[in-house]
Design a protein around this ligand. Structure first.
Ligand SMILES: O=[N+]([O-])c1ccc(OS(=O)(=O)O)cc1
Length: 565
């Protein structure tokens, strides 16, 4: 018994030791497990905090807005909401886009040249490199990379980067989108002058119709607010692209927006242009010694117009001002909403125009026969949903003062546009930056801010590297310079060509395109591109032409552009 008892007690002791040791080990294991899980959850919540802190990005693009239109650029049009963004941030006086809508949007969303992106010629669809008429897989878009980096991505407004389902914003990185696929459409209805009479809209890639009676800018704002609202409770930041179609023709807006501008333009476009020159100077946007360039040859002197013509002309500008006023109101609605949901402080805002003021006036009911059956452009009807008005080169040239010409041209009037950056990450307040920058700098800025890395390949395809530079060091006050003094920037669209190296610029818009038609300007004292220095600064001219040849080969420019399939 004893033996047995001893054995039993020995056994028991043995078991006890084993159990103790298991327990000790177990408790060690537990401690280690607890430690791992605590550190993991700390790491996770740290990561979560980091994600939480990344700012939302709101990119607002106005369509064909003139350089000096808005209040904070000296303009008489009332834009208190955009002005408030400006006073809380930076206005740029030398921000550059492409001279037309679609190449600008391609450059903006890709951070690359329009040919590399696939938009060498707005309106062309070909199989030729650079002229595919859509965003190709040589590039990746801002929403694609931001979405991969954990952002929600929303868009409302004009797309204009391809009409096929595969080209849709839904396939190009936007989680939610409500878009007009073409370059322009009636602001109140489905009617279009461009696409067999009907505008094409899609929501999240599915065809949809415009609900007649809704107004473009109001509805696009509603849509963005709806998309942001859907996910406001989760932790992800968002990228919202407000691609407004205002103040693009047809000039249409509710009376309450334009009535307050009644009579303001009765002294004509040349006078407005002079006022704009002075108001831009007063706002500190352009140099005090800037002068107005020669008027475009298409423009009839105001004094040569009849009284009836003058009335109609002045009304065009009143309508245009009303559209900009309404645009500002809607930006205010978006801001108010972001304040209500507590997201305003953590949002970076960028406001730009897609190109200079628009001169095209061939699309109106008078001279565009397919529109006559729908539209009535009589004085009393101007601005209503069944009128089709554009304000023409005369007002566009006032809108692009003090630059030469307007949209379509690669002169500064076509490509030097309004740009404001404000909000999260922007430490400079009420600041004006006069140095050169371009829309190619926006994609790298957004990647920098969101922590997204730009890859060498996207979805197994090699992509072209970014061409611009992040603005983050500048906007956060870490540097005063954006681009080096010898920075080269060039662009081409239908033979409208420019290349800039520092303040030297070569510009070409003559037809047919010939290399020797490039003129040379020194923008440090000639922002109106009036004094051609190519015969007196031969070395500089040759240097810039060499840069042009390099650029042209690199992005595979074809002049004339290949024809559509
Ligand atoms: O010629 N069009 O058909 C045409 C021209 C310009 C345009 O506006 S833009 O903003 O898309 O350049 C739209 C259509």
């Amino acid at each position: 018994m004893y033996q047995l008892g001893k054995l039993n007690s020995e056994k028991k002791g043995h078991y006890h030791i084993i159990l103790q040791s298991i327990f000790r080990h177990f408790s060690h294991v537990c401690i280690v497990l607890i430690f791992i899980s605590v550190s993991l959850s700390c790491a996770q919540s740290k990561e979560k905090n980091e994600i939480d802190q990344r700012p939302n990005i709101v990119l607002i693009v106005a369509d064909d807005l003139g350089f000096g239109d808005i209040g904070c650029y000296g303009g008489e049009i009332e834009t208190p909401n955009i002005d408030a963004l400006a006073s809380n941030g930076i206005r740029f006086s030398s921000f550059h886009t492409a001279p037309m809508c679609a190449p600008t949007r391609a450059m903006l969303l890709s951070g690359n040249d329009n040919h590399i992106a696939g938009m060498g010629g707005q309106g062309l669809v070909t199989e030729v490199f650079g002229y595919e008429g859509k965003l190709t897989d040589r590039i990746v878009t801002i929403p694609q990379l931001l979405r991969d980096a954990g952002y929600h991505t929303y868009m409302a407004g004009k797309w204009h980067l391809g009409i096929e389902p595969n080209d849709n914003p839904h396939r190009k990185g936007f989680e939610h989108s409500f878009v007009l696929l073409e370059g322009a459409g009636n602001h109140y209805t489905n009617q279009s002058a461009l696409n067999n009479g009907i505008s094409s809209y899609t929501e999240d890639g599915e065809p949809t119709r415009w609900k007649d009676g809704n107004y473009s800018t109001n509805y696009y704002t509603d849509k963005l607010i709806e998309y942001i609202g859907r996910y406001k409770a989760d932790d992800q930041p968002f990228f919202a692209f407000a691609a407004y179609t205002s103040p693009h023709w047809p000039l249409q807006v509710d009376e309450k927006y334009w009535k307050k501008y009644s009579g303001l333009y009765n002294d004509g476009y040349e006078k407005l242009r002079e006022r704009r020159l002075n108001s831009l100077k007063k706002a500190g946007i352009i140099p005090q010694n800037a002068i107005l360039p020669q008027l475009h040859e298409q423009i009839k002197p105001w004094d040569s117009l009849s009284e009836v013509e003058k009335m109609k002309e002045a009304r065009k500008m009143e309508l245009y001002a009303g559209m900009v006023d309404n645009l500002d109101d809607n930006i205010g609605r978006l801001i108010t909403y972001l304040k209500e949901i507590g997201e305003f402080e953590n949002t970076l805002f960028v406001f730009i125009s897609d190109n200079g003021a628009a001169h095209r006036d061939f699309i109106n009911a008078e001279n565009y026969s397919s529109l006559r059956e729908y539209y009535n452009d009589d004085y009393e009807n101007m601005g209503k949903e069944n009128s089709y008005i554009s304000y023409g080169p005369q007002w566009a040239e006032a809108g692009s003062a003090p630059f030469r010409y307007f949209k379509d041209y690669a002169t500064e009037g076509g490509i030097n546009t309004t740009m404001i950056i404000s909000g999260a990450k922007v430490t400079r307040k009420n600041n004006i930056h006069t140095g050169f920058l371009s829309l190619l700098d926006l994609a790298p800025t957004f990647y920098d801010i969101s922590g997204a890395t730009y890859p060498e390949k996207y979805q197994d395809k090699e992509i072209y590297p970014l061409r611009g530079r992040s603005l983050l060091p500048y906007i956060s006050g870490k540097t005063d310079v954006i681009h080096a003094p010898d920075y080269v920037f060039a662009l081409e669209h239908y033979g409208n060509a420019m290349l800039r190296k520092g303040n030297w610029k070569i510009t070409n818009f003559k037809r047919p395109f010939e290399l020797e038609n490039f003129a040379l300007y020194n923008l440090s004292n000639d922002i109106g591109e009036q004094i051609d220095l190519k015969n007196t600064q031969k070395e500089k001219y040759e240097e810039l032409l060499m840069e042009w040849a390099k650029f042209s080969e690199e992005v595979k420019i074809q002049i004339p552009a290949p024809s559509s399939k």
